[in-house]
Design a protein around this ligand. Structure first.
Ligand SMILES: Nc1nc2c(ncn2[C@@H]2O[C@H](COP(=O)(O)OP(=O)(O)OP(=O)(O)O)[C@@H](O)[C@H]2O)c(=O)[nH]1
Ligand SMILES: [Mg+2]
Length: 253
């Protein structure tokens, strides 16, 4: 999956403000450096919105919020729990010109909650939401007040950036070498400042240090292929789904 940068630039040019939605569980790795460079080059205002704050501990969310704030206006919210939405509206007002026709472009990696945030701001279900990265395909302008329109966009996946599970890099059923990526991801979750991975999957410290957590998980869940071997692919897809649906609570940056 790639994106058409000419299209992105054209869209950004016509906006008064860009909201970059990042995942509060991985706020730094879900920031797109490339996208932010384009926004800066175009001289557009940027506000970073850390979404899914309900899935990470408050102190870690606050810590990263402070760090991001050193260089970019930033706010943390939960679209799911509708937390801090009035604050987000205020941020939009503060960072846009006084006009009757304000356009705000909502961008970010897949699955960070762009469409969910738009729905909450609009006060009704107008943008499609799903735990499948790449759900939003086309762009869609949505009015959230008499003066403000928001643009929902597909998740950005630049080809040349590091790709990992937390960036919502693809549909789990289409991912190549998913087992290796998931093994690596679980190891990082195990070493992270916070994660619920042990409780969620009933894993011990030895399991996590085994180098074969994916195999152990498949056996625990009874996911086997012919011959009784663990079904590594299927269990890996489940882990990705658990991240995308928010069953995995964590802070992995
Ligand atoms: N726990 C939690 N889940 C959320 C939150 N916001 C969105 N989600 C979930 O995250 C998943 C992705 O949400 P979307 O709004 O479709 O994300 P998107 O960024 O528009 O995704 P694409 O269109 O695929 O790029 C869905 O399962 C949402 O229910 C939140 O604040 N907290
Ligand atoms: Mg979407």
């Amino acid at each position: 999956m790639g994106i058409n940068w000419n299209c992105v630039i054209h869209t950004l040019k016509s906006s008064d403000l860009v909201l970059e939605i990042v995942d509060a569980r991985a706020p730094f790795s879900t920031r797109s450096e490339k996208l932010e460079k384009v926004i800066e080059k175009l001289g557009k205002n940027l506000v970073i919105v850390m979404n899914k704050r309900d899935l990470a501990p408050e102190n870690l969310v606050e810590e990263s919020h402070k760090k991001i704030l050193e260089s970019v206006p930033c706010i943390y919210v939960s679209a799911k729990e509708r937390r801090d939405i009035p604050h987000l509206r205020k941020m939009i007002n503060v960072h846009t010109p006084k006009s009757d026709n304000i356009r705000v472009c909502v961008v970010g990696y897949p699955n960070t909650g762009k469409s969910s945030i738009i729905n909450v701001l609009a006060g009704k279900h107008v943008a499609g939401v799903a735990p499948v990265p790449g759900h939003t395909r086309g762009e869609q302008w949505i009015r959230i007040s008499s003066k403000v329109m928001l643009l929902d966009t597909p998740g950005v996946i630049p080809w040349d950036e590091d790709i990992s599970i937390e960036k919502g890099f693809g549909r789990p059923d289409k991912m190549k070498d998913i087992e290796d990526s998931v093994e690596d991801f679980i190891e990082r979750l195990a070493k992270a400042k916070y994660s619920n991975i042990k409780e969620l999957y009933g894993l011990s410290d030895e399991d996590l240090a085994s180098g074969d957590v994916v195999g152990i998980l498949a056996e625990k869940r009874g996911l086997l292929i012919k011959g009784g071997r663990p079904d590594l692919k299927r269990v890996s897809q489940r882990v990705v789904l658990d991240w995308n649906t928010g069953k995995i609570h964590a802070f992995v940056d």
